[in-house]
Design a protein around this ligand. Structure first.
Ligand SMILES: Cc1cc2nc3c(=O)[nH]c(=O)nc-3n(C[C@H](O)[C@H](O)[C@H](O)COP(=O)(O)O)c2cc1C
Length: 263
């Protein structure tokens, strides 16, 4: 059965129909209430790929360890270079610890927002930022930007053991890309598995600049890179239309300046 939102003009009737059919009511966008798949009901793969969005707002409902285990048990089938499976996960629930993470993320996101507002691609490795330190310091950031770290029922800290990662691009004169391919398929699988259960989350990387502090807070050795922090919970709402560019915009036939691949 597909996970399909049911827009309806009256929340009450949707909730009753959803209850009757055994659906989960995952939230409301202010006008409409969304009913997503029953917990544990498989979601069609393509539908899941189309609708696994970045969820930063959660209902006040717990996600227990047994559920987290199921997500990780599905995610572990992700590929990794040489099948060396360097992922390491800490299931973080402690609110004091998570507040420390949020405090670390805040100045990082301040710079991100300041550079974005200046029309730049923030934290870019090729084009240096023209935004000065004063402007960064003066940039206000909404709480919502880092709030999911503390407000989700559970936070998954995803690390990767660089001692087992093959980085074929390590000697190129550019930022490393290949190493991430041994961890982000796993991280994405966590979110797809969450989608399958009517849960949601967001892959965040904003703690990476504070890696030494995060390692210390988690007791991680230096070889464990901080790849992602993923808050997981019951979504306040389930998006069904994600903004993505069409294939014609990014795929060319034969070479860079070839004709676009059309469907
Ligand atoms: C590599 C990567 C890093 C990301 N880092 C962050 C982050 O640090 N903080 C955050 O709120 N979202 C982060 N995101 C989520 C993106 O903002 C999100 O996937 C994108 O805006 C699309 O959102 P949508 O699926 O809801 O359309 C990250 C996503 C990816 C894939």
């Amino acid at each position: 059965m597909l996970a399909r939102p049911w827009p309806c003009s009256t929340r009450y009737s949707v909730r009753r129909i959803a209850d009757y059919l055994g659906y989960e009511c995952s939230g409301t966008d202010g006008i409409r209430l969304y009913a997503t798949t029953k917990l544990g009901t498989p979601v069609d793969l393509i539908q899941a790929m189309h609708t696994t969005f970045a969820c930063r707002e959660f209902l006040d409902r717990d996600v227990d360890d047994a559920t987290v285990y199921r997500l990780l048990d599905a995610a572990r089938f992700a590929p990794s270079g040489g099948n060396r499976q360097g992922w390491r996960v800490v299931v973080a629930r402690d609110s004091a610890l998570r507040s420390r993470f949020a405090a670390l993320a805040r100045p990082i996101m301040q710079r991100y927002v300041a550079e974005t507002l200046a029309g730049e691609a923030p934290y870019n490795s090729i084009l240096p930022s023209k935004v000065d330190e004063d402007s960064v310091a003066r940039t206000p950031i909404p709480d919502a930007v880092v709030a999911s770290i503390t407000t989700a029922p559970v936070l998954l800290m995803i690390g990767v053991d660089l001692r087992v990662v093959t980085s074929f691009d390590r000697d190129l004169d550019r930022v490393g890309v290949v190493s991430g391919a041994s961890i982000y398929p796993f991280a994405w699988n966590v979110l797809l598995a969450a989608r399958n259960e009517g849960l949601a989350g967001v892959l965040t990387t904003f703690l990476a600049p504070s890696e030494p502090e995060v390692q210390q807070l988690l007791g991680w050795p230096e070889s464990i890179a901080v790849a992602a922090a993923i808050p997981i919970g019951h979504p306040m709402k389930q998006l069904t239309r994600l903004k993505r560019n069409p294939v014609e915009d990014f795929a060319r036939i034969g070479r860079w300046d070839g004709p676009p691949l059309v469907g």
